[in-house]
Design a protein around this ligand. Structure first.
Ligand code: ATP
Length: 291
């Protein structure tokens, strides 16, 4: 799906990405992680053809993105790190406006918008986009990214600044999209999310690739660690109690994910989700050093 060779980007002579080589396969969820300034956004922008590399090549679906990206861009959905919305429209109007920019036929646009509003649990008419919560705004931006039903999704920190349950909803939604066949490249800071959804991960440090491997291989090398969820529920449950809260610990991300789902469905309160040095986090600290 994506083939990156000897990719370098310099801003006024300062290197942001250095000699990067990567491949993203069809149908995978590929994570890019690294500290602030590691070169994640720069890499994603080059993948989607928004930024020209200083040297090197990027092929997306067999097309050289540095030469003829116009046609290929129709198959890509890109969510930038910041995604301001137009304020004086409700959600449906906003998405309709973008469908027109994408030149989607009206009936197809309506069908697509219905599906997205429904699957992302978005209010369509009662609110203008500037009246929405931060999480809702991000979901609208994600819906916009998906309007033209792209095969490849490139998402720059989709969960940045969102509360844990909204973040989890989005991450789980991405997992569903992937099951439906979409290839996803995502940059992220939250390592639980990375462990939960990514098939493979690349770690960037100061523009250079430090490691690229499957989550399984990383877990095998670095071992598993526990996650802890603390939550409040208005009913008696079979979980360990800690004062007024319930506590659940597990090393298996799927078990953690399933409880988060339950908390969300029942409108319980998530007090804390802490990752007690996950495999990935341990590796991350090892490689990157603490900041
Ligand atoms: P963050 O996690 O903070 O979003 P990042 O890993 O996405 O960081 P980039 O935004 O790609 O990192 O930045 C990589 C380097 O390039 C940084 O040193 C940054 O200051 C620099 N940089 C990014 N954009 C520009 C620009 N338009 N002009 C000059 N330098 C830039």
């Amino acid at each position: 799906m994506i083939k990156i060779e000897s990719l370098t980007k310099q801003y006024r002579g300062n290197p942001a990405v250095k000699n990067l080589n990567l491949e993203v396969k069809d149908g995978e969820i590929f994570g890019i992680i690294g500290h602030n300034g590691a070169g994640k956004t720069t890499t994603l922008k080059m993948i989607v053809g928004l930024l020209a590399p200083t040297s090197g090549t990027i092929e997306v679906m067999g097309h050289d993105m540095t030469k003829d990206s116009t046609e290929t861009k129709r198959y890509i959905g890109y969510l930038p790190e910041e995604s301001p919305l137009y304020e004086n429209m409700n959600v449906r109007e906003y998405l309709m406006f973008f469908s027109e920019l994408y030149k989607l036929p009206k009936a197809q646009a309506r069908e697509r918008i219905d599906l997205l509003l429904n699957s992302l649990k978005l209010p369509e008419q009662e609110k203008y986009t500037d009246e929405l919560s931060k999480g809702m705004k991000r979901k609208v931006a994600i819906a916009r990214t998906l309007l033209h039903d792209p095969q490849l999704l490139v998402l720059d920190e989709p969960n940045s600044g969102l509360d844990p349950l909204t973040s989890f909803f989005i991450i789980d939604y991405l997992k569903k999209l992937n099951k439906e066949g979409k290839t996803i490249v995502i940059s992220a800071h939250n390592l639980f999310h990375v462990e939960y959804i990514c098939d493979r991960v690349a770690v960037l440090k100061q523009g250079e690739l430090v490691i690229c491997d499957t989550i399984e291989a990383m877990r095998e090398t670095f071992g598993k660690r526990e996650y802890e969820i603390i939550f409040k529920a208005d009913t008696d449950l079979d979980y360990e109690r800690k004062e007024d809260n319930y506590v659940f610990r597990a090393a298996d991300v799927a078990q953690i994910a399933s409880l988060l789902q339950k908390i969300s469905e029942n409108n319980w309160a998530l007090v804390d989700l802490s990752v007690q040095q996950s495999a990935l986090e341990e590796m991350y600290v090892d490689i990157m050093g603490k900041e």
